[in-house]
Design a protein around this ligand. Sequence first.
Ligand SMILES: [Zn+2]
Length: 285
Amino acid sequence: MPIFFDTHAHLDYPDYAPDLAEVVARAQAAGITKIISIGTSLDSSERAIRLAEKFPNVFAAVGWHPTEALNAPSDLRPALREFAKHPKVLAIGETGLDYHHLPSGAHEVTRPTSAIEVGRVTPCAPSAEDLLYKQKQAEIFRQQMEVAAEFGLNCVIHQRTAFDDTIAQMKPFIGKTRGVFHCFGETVERMKKVFEIGSLVSFTGIVTFKNAQNVRDCVAAAPPDKFMLETDCPYLAPVPYRGKRCEPAYVKEISETVAQVKNCSLEELSMATCKTAKEFFQKLA
Ligand SMILES: [Zn+2]
């Protein structure tokens, strides 16, 4: 059976409280042999570490999600440094920038459906609270990349309607830390910009959605050593589970669609994505 990894799961979320051991066992049975549980706050990161201690095939990433930036302590670094020493903490994140829901209620364009829409924002003057929110996101993003660089770790990047700013903030860290732009749903052109700064992308169950041709275009164009697979569970269950609670076992369905799009065998996809993940998340090897 070809094996795959779920490189982005939120196993600490309450969705799994009733049956987590079964969820992990189902992943194993489906050939999903390693799962990275991603922290979204210090508490969530600590829970991810506890899960990594409990389950041999679970690993942890520690970080603070950009949409929760206003709740973050002024300096995340001391706590992250403590976490980063753990043998099963293999990345920092998720971190990044998200301008989709701004405090003022102003909206930046949702999902890019064409190159023309990409990056276009609502033409109104930014409010002071929106600026503060963006500044705080930028500050904790920088702190997290600093810790990643100190510990020789890479970053799990969450980016939504903030692509150019995210790339710009990562540029000073080229050569020190790299990112995986998780749940990639942009254009091929933007994917190339990610590769240009030495970062990677990963694809979720969205690749199986009928309306996600842009994601399949990215899959088709991504070199075999530049992408990984993930669920982002409990969100984004692939077809035929769309709308239900997602879980790491469903990387199987994601891998089947990706292999079809790339016109390669599951064995080839398994070899390429597992190798890429082991190189990117070094403690996974
Ligand atoms: Zn996530």
